[in-house]
Write a protein that binds this ligand. Structure first.
Ligand code: HEM
Length: 483
């Protein structure tokens, strides 16, 4: 009991101590930033930095926790223009809602700007992850990732597994399902197969549950002492990396015995032969970040595509017609082939429109490596910058009736320069083709095998990530009218 009390007391003292130290550091940083900037008379983009330390963080979070977060950006764009200054998550941040500025920032990665992830994400993905790599190593590993997920590889190797695993998952669907959870299960299994050639099993399901805990820690204060969610996420990361270390060790032994596999891990082993070789820690961090990057994004897009289609019956009817025709032409063969994928023009419109409207990654953070002139302003060296894809995608200047789900618009758009759901420049998402194929195959099997009803009110929210509050419950019913 006494020990318990002493522990509690020291915990209390430590908490007070940490709070005081962090507050002092915050104020020192703010005073330093304010004085150096004003001393140099820098013409910053206009804006409001809100309250000391907190800035406009609460306004941003409360807007993004609703179905309609747009007023946060709209109000500032109206007042200050498409490039403005705000202060969120403890730092002054230049916010760009301008397509051209976003392109400029992303294309100057490594020269004028560099990627900048919150501390929580950086710790959880690991220091050797692609997301945190810089310079020539980043270029090399980004192109390695591209070469494992390019169109030829998808067509010749990955499509077969995508199709098989989607069908396998749908086999067990009956009655009421939580679509978001089912979609997450599908994309995790797909990614695990592509990275490590591992088919769904008890081990993969256990790993997925650990992974969900890791992702929950992404938007916490990265101090295990203060945040239980973050502490749990770090512990789960430890278990995930231990499990992956084991797989990597076993695969090295198999490889020495001459067993060859055709997956991302094999590509990483093969690039061992280049100038530098990768140790197991580097390989594991790399795998952790790829699992993170592909898993949540694609599954959320799958769910929201279904939501938008359910809310827009005319689009669903046209999509159904496209997929029923493909199925009718295939006779008894269930598996989709590349030619089938290439005959889904309206599906591509639905995928693009879902990506535009839902903006799973609403934008990305960068940090200025030097003073950078943008429009008539200067962004000082070290400043945080947020390129908002969401603001551009939902701007009426860029897309007519921008806030309405209208897949038909993509039948007319020939030059989608303002459309950047996968980012741009050297960090452009290497999984963009893979995501499109997975989404199309999923929609095909869902639509040709089931009809569904959405019976419960469910709301979209955008903080900490884009998702529906109740994980989108639907009631599915087998279709018997398709060949
Ligand atoms: C709908 C699905 C997806 C969306 C919307 C999406 C979006 C994005 C965006 C916007 C970025 C740029 C991040 C930045 O500039 O800092 C990115 C990076 C990345 N994505 Fe995706 N992604 C999707 C699916 C995938 C898939 C399936 C993979 C699997 C290979 C993947 C792997 C990656 C990786 C590894 C990066 C980091 C690239 C780098 O930093 O060089 N993504 N993604």
């Amino acid at each position: 009991m006494i020990i318990f009390n002493i522990e509690l007391f020291s915990l209390f003292i430590m908490t007070i101590f940490m709070v005081c130290i962090s507050t002092i550091i915050f104020f020192i940083i703010i005073i330093f930033r304010t004085t150096t900037t004003s001393r140099r008379k820098i013409n910053l983009p206009p804006g409001n930095t809100g309250l000391p330390v907190i800035g406009e963080t609460f306004q941003l979070i409360s807007a993004y926790k609703t179905e309609n977060p747009e007023p946060f950006i709209d109000a500032r764009v109206l007042k200050y223009g498409t490039v403005f200054t705000t202060h969120v998550f403890g730092e002054r941040t230049v916010f760009s809602a301008d397509a051209e500025t976003n392109r400029f920032i992303l294309q100057n990665e490594g020269r004028l700007f560099e990627s900048s992830y919150p501390g929580s994400i950086a710790n959880l993905v690991g220091k050797h992850s692609l997301l945190l790599m810089r310079g020539s190593l980043h270029r090399k590993m980004h192109s390695l990732t591209m070469s494992f997920a390019n169109v030829t590889i998808i067509k010749d190797h990955l499509l077969v597994d995508i199709d098989r695993l989607v069908r396998l998952n749908l086999d067990s669907w009956t009655g009421r399902i939580l679509l978001m959870d089912e979609a997450k299960k599908i994309t995790f299994e797909l990614t695990l197969k592509q990275l490590l050639s591992i088919d769904p099993c008890e081990w993969s399901e256990k790993l997925r549950k650990e992974y969900m805990l890791v992702i929950e820690g992404f938007f916490c204060i990265p101090l295990p002492f203060f945040s239980l969610t973050y502490r749990r996420a770090m512990q789960a990361r430890k278990r995930v990396t231990e499990a992956l270390h084991l797989v990597v060790r076993e695969r090295r032994i198999e490889r020495e015995c001459g067993v060859k596999k055709n997956d991302m891990l094999a590509a990483l082993f093969d690039s061992d032969g280049d100038d530098e070789s990768f140790c197991d820690d580097e390989i594991v961090d790399f795998l952790v970040s790829l699992l993170v990057a592909g898993y949540d994004t694609t599954s959320t897009t799958m769910t929201l595509a279904v939501k938008f289609l359910t809310d827009t019956p005319s689009a669903l009817a046209q999509l159904k017609e496209e997929h029923d025709t493909i199925r009718a032409n295939k006779g008894t063969s269930m598996a989709l082939e590349w030619d089938d994928y290439k005959s889904m023009p309206f599906t591509q419109c639905v995928v693009s429109e879902t990506l535009r409207l839902s903006n799973i990654i609403s934008g990305v953070f960068r940090r200025a490596m030097t003073d950078v002139k943008i429009k008539d302003y200067t962004i000082p060296k070290g400043s945080k910058v947020f390129t908002s894809f969401r603001a551009v995608h939902l701007d009426q200047e860029n897309f007519e009736d921008a806030r309405v789900f209208n897949p038909w618009r993509w039948q007319k758009i020939s030059d989608p320069t303002n459309f950047m759901p996968f980012g741009g420049g050297p960090r452009r998402c290497p999984g963009y083709d893979l995501a499109r194929v997975a989404l199309s195959v999923f929609l095909h099997h869902l639509i040709t095998r089931f009809s569904w009803k959405h019976t419960e009110e469910d709301k979209l929210v955008f903080f900490p990530t884009t998702r529906t509050k109740k994980r989108y419950p639907i009631i599915v019913e087998q279709r018997y009218d398709v060949v």
